[in-house]
Design a protein around this ligand. Sequence first.
Ligand code: ADP
Length: 743
Amino acid sequence: MQKPEQIVLESSGFSDFNPVQKMALKKGLLDGRNLIVAAPTASGKTLVAELAAVNAFLNKKKTVYIVPLKALANEKYQEFNEKYNKIGMKTAMSIGDLDETDPWLGKYDVIIATSEKMDSLLRHGLEWLDRIGLVVIDEIHLLDDPGRGPTLEVTITKLLSLIKPQVLGLSATINNYEEIAEWLKADSFKTDYRPVKVEKGICIDDKIHFEDERIIELDSSSEQSTGITLDTVDKKKQLIIFANTRRGAESTAEKVGFDIKKKLPENEKFELFRISEEIIHSIDRPTKQCERLAGCVRNGTAFHHAGLVAKQRSIIEDNFRKGVIKLIAATPTLAAGINLPAWRVFVKDLRRFSGFRGMDYLPVLEVQQMMGRSGRPKFDKTGEAILVAKNEEEAEKLWDKYILGDPERIQSKLGVEPVLRMHTLALIASGMITSESGLVEFFSKTFYAYQYGDLSELEKVLDKVIKILEDFEFIRTGKNETKKSDNPFRTAAELLKESGSEISPTVLGKRVSELYIDPITAHDFIEGIKVFEKKNATPVGIVQLLCNTIEMIPLLSVRKSDMELVESVVVSNSQNFSKPVPNTWDMDYDDFIRSVKTAMFIGSWMEESGEDVIMDNFNVTPGELRVRLDNADWLSYAMSELAWILNKKTILKEIKKVRIRLKYGVKEELLPLVHIKGIGRVRARMLYTSGVRSLEDMRKIPMASLKRVLGEKLAESVKEQLNVKTEEKQSNSGLNSFMGRDE
Ligand code: ADP
């Protein structure tokens, strides 16, 4: 049988392992040893994971590969599939719906999932759990991230409490990697090895000073970003400029583009024009941002941030990789995300606005990750990473901090109440924890406990969390229920009950945990549903209830100029809300107003406003619009599931209507039409205006007329679908079956 080392080298087409991989092998990677590898981006850590996964596969064990982002899951999935399908090692990616158990995963050898999805799979129960032999945690330094860290930490702790897999943690070059290793009982090593050397420099005005005393002079008549891009394009290379805001990234790409386009050869200009058209057509109706991006791309530049839709991002990434786009101006999110190296990285802004404190220097780890994007392993021997300083004094500061300095210590972010609330319920709901002492014992195995030692603060929060969950009736505690018995022969279970701390989930609590929402959100929904039962449940009321949740944060802000409008909406809808409107002097008035503004924004989509109008009116980008609609979709699903459990059928129907309107962005009258595949908000409105208002109308309309409105292909598909629907209707329902369940 072939050895894992041979398989991996052959599949990769490499002649030998690099120093990082050799060190991992030396540390016992293939003997099942737990290992933390702290090494820079592009040092070949993925291959270490591949070695361990192939080894697990040969030992008939599964690998779970946890990644922080869906885009990264996709990247790893492609890589594993291309390389190892031929040896029969099957890779699957599980990143989708958090209320799905994905039982099909059982057939796969490598399962790549985000930490949220892995957490959710564990909540639903996994029948293939004991077949996992290896857990890979990519970017394990994200334990420090306030958003993602706690879920990652709990997921790792859960997995290790349930099974005893080999653990491989891949990390950036952080300093306290040994602490993580000790927590996981792993061996570890850190290395600065990079196949491509990065030359680091600082730019002051129009001069860049490098470590080796080399100096580059930029065109002094141009602005810095333009100067550096002109210099890069002259060298037939590409660069990424990091700015601290989306707006900064956009204006940089735009400004630089005007001067760069003169340098582009005709054939490239033609190709760039084609790409810009692709961007324009990547969403139904091009927005201003979309046109702005397409305009940049025509000039050979692009901006990249979370405000773009996924399709636009991938068009830009692909064409940057191909070398057609010369400059990407990005926000720091790009540095932490996908593998997109450039020959040169230029960090324009090293300070970012941070609320109360004003402008703050960026964390060292973040800047080092940005610098780490420089140099493309396949094409360059060296790369360049340049930081921008205002003057000599700042240059020295930046040099010490970011080039010579160490990144911050990674610290657990688990200790906060909302996080503990979610995870405590999940632990109880999945049956993993049955007592308060069990809960404390579980948390004593976390990285938080390892770092802080003293659990007394955590215990206080856990106590509070248990009370809240019990008040909400998501769990039951056995406290005070069992009287002490004198029977000396009582069972261990009885003894445990007597200790007064046995905990079990309720059916409702179990479902809330599976729905992956904050218990407070679930409680608010349940209370809201009860209120709606007594009065009409209106779309406004339902949407505002959706928006007034922790999951929708950050809510849209209400500027002085909108205040009057938002307050007038509050007044005219006060009867529709599930909670009384707080007084203007109450603490929660601000949140309430913001939830109403966010509801107005979502409502505007449901009332068929154009995306460009919504984005203009509410000052959001297409990417934000998508994220917020996806969130609202998930919350409306969760709310409908709760109404179903509570058996509130009338409300359930209203929530489901809202959910479909949210999904398609249509008024209620279009609901029957969007039922048909291929009919979205625009076509449904066209049909409605031409008198087709129901499935019946659609059946009756002559094919020729339908073709006029929908075009030949779609008209045929619609007619075909309607025939199927006719048969379905005889056996079942119309709109109800469309909405998921038969009430
Ligand atoms: P990381 O996961 O550390 O960010 P990658 O796994 O993406 O790094 O590796 C960076 C690049 O180095 C990839 O293009 C990869 O194909 C290449 N590489 C990795 N190991 C080797 C090797 N042993 N020989 C040659 N190239 C390698």
